[in-house]
Design a protein around this ligand. Structure first.
Ligand code: TGC
Ligand code: FAD
Length: 391
């Protein structure tokens, strides 16, 4: 039989599940990543840098920021089209997908869904264009998986609000123009739109990251930050509002992880077909082929799951615990694929000349943020048993 190579995601023709328009979106994003990210990302990663101000207008011009939202300059794309865009972005680097997720699914979504008309007019068109950068402050130094226990407080002073506290591990904070900040009120939790230049707001860049290096991450200090009454998101009542933003972002992550895994597997198959040991390509060893086959099977399954959940999202039937199935499975499998690819690449697997170790290191963060694997297991467990492990 002639030697024939099939790309991992072509194995069962998953493309047939996509419309022509969806494939076109995917191809456009793949091209922009080829042009604007792939040639440079290894160096950005080493330097712990991402040119957010350069990339955001490019992504904005393509309609990728707040892509699944409608009005205010947003593209109004389907959940599947947005997911495919996330897949291609994360094939470049998880930090690039993070930039788009945090902007569109967290900061913009919070304003779009819970904001007043004036807040929407002020921020959304500029954020959609990539002219203003947003971040989303939920996690605190002492409260990550359990945001209901947050300490950041908002108290009334006449008509104004005063915010005190801190938010930790906030993507884009060092470069952001605006933050959506979640805070404890006298009666529950609420969300605030906080300009980053408001007096009392400070940002410390978190250094020494060994993962998601091409993504700015910061701690936000809030020290007596005085905001007008109009800064509060009028529709954001309680923790549920913040968690519903996470449901949006987690969908993009379930897709994005497939992109990172695909990039690793593509790279590894090419490498294994051209690297000879014991007189033949390492791809010809049965043990290598078993690894490649198992990884390709998991990749197809992850894609099928993402398409299924995306279609449910577009039909308006998607439930949060279903999103947890996608986030848990696809990120866990993507990380397993990245690690396995690393073994096949031998010593070159640890080199920044190839994308595999970078993706593997990134996926460690992706496994943790937007709800750790354990949190998603418990969300699914609660649905299966009716018993709440958090209570
Ligand atoms: P619990 O009592 O379960 O829920 C409170 C209310 O919220 C509702 N709800 C949700 N609604 C929409 N979407 C979801 N995913 C929801 N999860 C829960 C729930 O029905 C309830 O409604 P109601 O009407 O009864 O009031 O709340 P809990 O305090 O027990 O917490 C549950 C838990 C642990 C699942 C939740 O706290 C959680 O998901 N924790 C993980 C925290 C997390 O994921 N943080 C992410 C921060 S942002 C980030 O990481 C960005 S990374 C950058 C990037 O994306 O690239
Ligand atoms: P913890 O909550 O302390 O958890 C530590 C361990 O304990 C985990 O294994 C966890 O699963 C386990 N655990 C906790 N509770 C339970 C339980 N009930 N049962 C079983 N096990 C449990 N946050 C934002 O708000 N905005 C952002 O933009 C943002 N960006 C991020 C970017 C990066 C690079 C990273 C790494 C994180 C980011 N985060 C952001 C924070 C992220 O959401 C949190 O790290 C995550 O929610 C976990 O919180 P934690 O790190 O405090 O871990």
């Amino acid at each position: 039989m002639p030697r024939r190579r099939t790309s991992p995601l072509d194995l069962i023709d998953v493309d047939r599940l996509l419309t022509e328009e969806e494939r076109a979106v995917r191809d456009v994003v793949r091209q922009v990543i080829d042009d604007r990210v792939r040639p440079y990302v290894a160096e950005w990663y080493e330097e712990a840098f991402l040119p957010v101000r350069e990339l955001a207008p490019v992504f904005g011009g393509l309609g990728l920021l707040g892509m699944h939202l409608t009005g205010y300059g947003c593209a109004g794309a389907s959940a599947v089209a947005y997911g495919l865009a996330c897949m291609e972005l994360e094939a470049g680097d998880s930090g690039v997908r993070s930039l788009v997720s945090v902007q569109g699914s967290l900061a913009m979504y919070a304003i779009w869904r819970f904001g007043g008309e004036e807040q929407k007019q002020r921020w959304l068109p500029r954020m959609a264009a990539g002219a203003a950068i947003g971040c989303f402050g939920l996690t605190e130094p002492d409260h990550g998986s359990d945001p209901a226990s947050m300490k950041t407080r908002a108290r009334r002073d006449g008509a104004d609000w005063i915010l005190d506290g801190s938010k930790m591990w906030i993507t884009n904070a060092p470069v952001a123009d605006v933050a959506v900040i979640w805070a404890r009120l006298e009666d529950g939790l609420g969300g605030f739109v906080v300009p980053m230049d408001a007096p009392g707001v400070s940002v410390r860049t978190i250094g020494h990251k060994l993962s998601l290096r091409a993504s700015p991450t910061g701690e936000i200090g809030l020290d007596g930050v005085r905001l007008p009454a109009s800064a509060r998101l009028p529709g954001a009542e309680g923790l549920k509002a913040a968690l519903s933003c996470l449901t949006e972002a987690r969908q993009g992550i379930a897709w994005g992880a497939i992109g990172a895994a695909r990039e690793c597997l593509d790279t590894t198959i090419t490498y294994a077909c051209t690297r000879d040991q014991f007189g033949k390509p390492i791809a010809q060893f049965q043990l290598t082929q078993a690894k490649l086959a198992d990884m390709a099977v998991e990749l197809q399954k992850a894609f099928l799951l993402a398409v299924h959940l995306g279609r449910a999202g577009d039909a308006g039937t998607l439930r949060p615990e279903q999103v947890s199935v996608g986030k848990l499975n696809n990120v866990r499998e993507a990380l397993a694929i990245a690690r396995e690819c690393r073994t096949i690449m031998g010593a070159n697997g640890i080199s920044g000349d190839y994308p595999v170790m970078r993706h593997a290191a990134n996926l460690e963060s992706v496994l943790t943020y937007e709800g750790t694997s354990e949190i998603h297991q418990l969300i699914i467990g609660q649905r299966l048993t009716g018993l709440n492990a958090f209570a």
